[in-house]
Design a protein. Structure first.
Ligand code: P6P
Length: 339
């Protein structure tokens, strides 16, 4: 009977968030409404990505389909869907998207109290070869929605209320934290619902995998080079770590969360601040990793304590298992103490 009860007691993402919201008696369900609109966007993108190969959605912008309509690239389409879903939720007042140079200030008549920073389709350069890609988002509360400015958006990641990603791969998995641990939900296409499949994700304290683009090795600074060398040629008699690098942040971080290890996108001489963007890649993923018991570091400080000054600012990031990140922190600390 217990097995039967399990199968019929479907914990959907909406139910799960409502349960979490009940911890805040004063909440009027605004967050739940906001999240339901984000979930709608993820369902749409999941459907579009699964058909992309067939509908030639992955072609370059400007291609026309059989109806002669101009095809939008999937990341442009995904961005439009998320912007419309977030604005129509009536719960947002400012949006930051990887696809939009400027912040989007919602019409005052439709404003709510949240700011959402998102990358609608991160890693979209990988879609043509079927590699998993994803949507990444971070959610903040805005002090005064009627007088919202960029300063409200350029705040440290420690102020984030919630963060998540939706990975479009062999299955569609949405991983979310509202500040009380991390939970994973898998889309059941027959129900059109995200079902709780990975409750209370905890990242292993130490991992056996390192994840970095070795092609940038000649440009790395000394601490990163030393750390990667230690992964490959450990001096303490332990086994070398395995290298796993997919090149799609959502997929690399998802594997790191579930299997443990460390994901690195270091600064290098070509890109002194690394490649990944603070507001909608580094902050949301750092929030999730910390909520799962791991760490996220920039080479100088705890990633979430960064104070961004520009919307699309980049930062180096080292995130993953607590002990693995601790090792690279020690290497950066010893380098800065000898400088
Ligand atoms: P590289 C994808 O383009 C992306 O923004 C992230 O998803 C991914 O982690 C990174 O860039 C990969 O960058 O330089 O290793 O190809």
């Amino acid at each position: 009977h217990a097995a039967e009860a399990q199968r019929t007691d479907l914990m959907t993402i909406t139910r799960h968030v409502l349960n979490e919201q009940s911890r805040y008696p004063e909440s009027r369900g605004d967050f739940t409404i906001l999240l339901s609109h984000i979930v709608l966007g993820c369902k749409f993108v999941a459907s579009a990505v699964s058909k992309a190969g067939l509908a030639k959605l992955i072609g370059l912008a400007g291609e026309t389909n059989v109806q002669g309509e101009e095809q939008k690239k999937l990341d442009v389409l995904s961005n439009e869907v998320f912007v419309k879903a977030l604005v129509s939720s009536g719960r947002t007042c400012v949006l930051v998207s990887e696809e939009n140079e400027e912040a989007i200030f919602v019409d005052p008549a439709l404003r709510g109290k949240y700011c959402v920073c998102f990358d609608p389709l991160d890693g979209s350069s990988n879609i043509d070869c079927g590699v998993s890609i994803g949507t990444i988002f971070g959610i903040y509360m805005i002090k005064d929605k009627d007088n919202v400015t960029l300063d409200d958006v350029l705040q440290p990641g420690t102020n984030m209320l919630a963060a998540g990603y939706c990975m479009y791969g062999s299955s569609c998995t949405l991983v979310l934290s509202t500040g009380n641990g991390v939970n994973g939900f898998t889309l059941d296409p027959s129900l059109g619902e995200f079902i709780l499949t990975h409750p209370n994700i905890k990242i292993p304290k130490k991992g056996k995998i390192y994840s970095v683009n070795e092609g940038n090795a000649k440009n790395w600074d000394a601490p990163t080079a030393k750390y990667v060398e230690k992964c490959k040629f450990p001096q303490d008699g332990s086994s070398p770590k395995s290298l796993r690098y997919i090149g799609s942040m959502v997929a690399d971080v998802h594997r790191t969360l579930l299997y443990g290890g460390i994901f690195l996108y270091p600064a290098d001489q070509k890109s002194p601040n690394g490649k990944l963007r603070v507001l909608y890649e580094v902050f949301p993923m750092s929030f999730l990793v910390e909520q799962a018991g791991g760490q996220a570091f920039t080479g100088k400080q705890r990633a979430l304590e960064l104070a961004p000054t520009k919307l699309h600012e980049r930062s180096p990031v080292f995130l993953g298992s607590h002990d693995d990140v601790e090792e690279i922190k020690a290497l950066y600390a010893s380098e800065s103490s000898t400088v």
